[in-house]
Write a protein that binds this ligand. Sequence first.
Ligand code: ZN
Length: 494
Amino acid sequence: MPPIGRRGLALALLAGAALAAPAAPAAGAAPVKKLLVVGMDGLNWDSVAAANAPNLHDLAAQGLLGRSLVQCPSVADSSSGPGWSTIATGVWPDRHGVRNNTFVGKQYGTYPDFLTRLERADPAYATYSAVDWAPLHNQGTFSSAIDTRVTFDGDANGYPAEDERTTADAAARLAAGGPDASFVYLGNTDVVAHASGTGAAYQAAIEKQDQQLGRMLTAVRSRPTYGQEDWLIMVTTDHGHRVPQGGHGGCGIDERGTFVLAAGSGISAGSRPIDVRQVDVAASALAHFGVATTLDGKSVRVRSTDPFDGLTLRTRVDETGIPATLAGWTPTAPAGWSVIRSAMPAGGVTEWRGWSFTTDEFWSRAQSGQERENALRTRGVFAVADSDEFADKSGGTSFDSTLVSPAYPVTAGSTVRVNYVTHYRQEGSQKGDVLVSFDGGPDQLVKRYVADSRATVESLPVTVPAAAATMTVKFRYYDASNNWYWVVDDLRVG
Ligand SMILES: [Zn+2]
């Protein structure tokens, strides 16, 4: 391990450097930050839960498990190139540019992997990546700026053998001295699911990978300096598999399924937040080392403040393609918010009668393949006005509804920003108006949507009039009749 040894020595000689030498932190010194991210390809969490996988189960019990869904066409396939690129970079495929396993369009120069970002923040960090799906190194998903890149070739030599070599290499390096930040990839689970679906062979492959994860965790915990170190351990996957036949790439819920497991200081045992997404791995890794970022991801240690995420959700009423047991929508706004439905017709699909609040899974299952899956920057529960789904039952002939925020305190004469995440798809004469009202006065138009605005983060400046004390934000979706939809999430005024 020459590069890591060399860095460790250089670090030890830097008296007073921001980072203590891993081998000998002074008594009372801050713990040395350490990171291990293990990537397992094509892992359905439901299959993990059903397997004899004590190491994965223990991490989920001792730490955080966040389940969510990834993108699908037209944005990018639910496949490995896009998935690992999202995990590495902390941004969605519409930014990192990888749409499938050709890697054509990759934007790694603009959006490098988290180990490369760590090197740029401080080259003294010892970084390590080991993979046996070679494109992750050869395509630069994890770049040549990483101190030690170890590449095995599962496609040429078989993933069972190469996962073993990857594990052995990682465990040896993690046990002593070793890297500050590591990414280790294991691939056999995906190959098995492609070959034989998500049955017994897949379960056996998961159990084998769980043992390999266990060897890495044992190496970490047996370090002589472990007691002086602050480890963040994460396990994640790039995509799921169709159940039971296997395969992925499209818009099905199982193939889009992913998860982030995270254990470390400050993470509550057994927490199951709904606001964690695949982009959060890189952001969490960098936040652990105090590196500031402006990625799509946020640290898994930080919870969303979005009041929609606290709503109690219901099962389907008129929708037919959604499992009857899936609680995923409500017409009831959070405290302080309201929905105006007085201009809505009497009929239509109950779930979408005016603005309602829903999840990625519930809304995606309402109708697949119409870009509902690609509201990428939402988290947890979001608001949606969907004239297309509303019209699927007689009487859903027109749509005019307004979502009304609480009255936020503002400073007279200042400029405030209306920040939110949106996903707007245009058809016909439909419109989406963002309005503000000061102290209950008349509505003022801030923005009107009349063209697609997909997976967008908005920050609209608004001038507060003299003497105004509060501002209410309204989202009116109208002039719509079996057209498309508008999504709003995470409104913040400030
Ligand atoms: Zn695959």
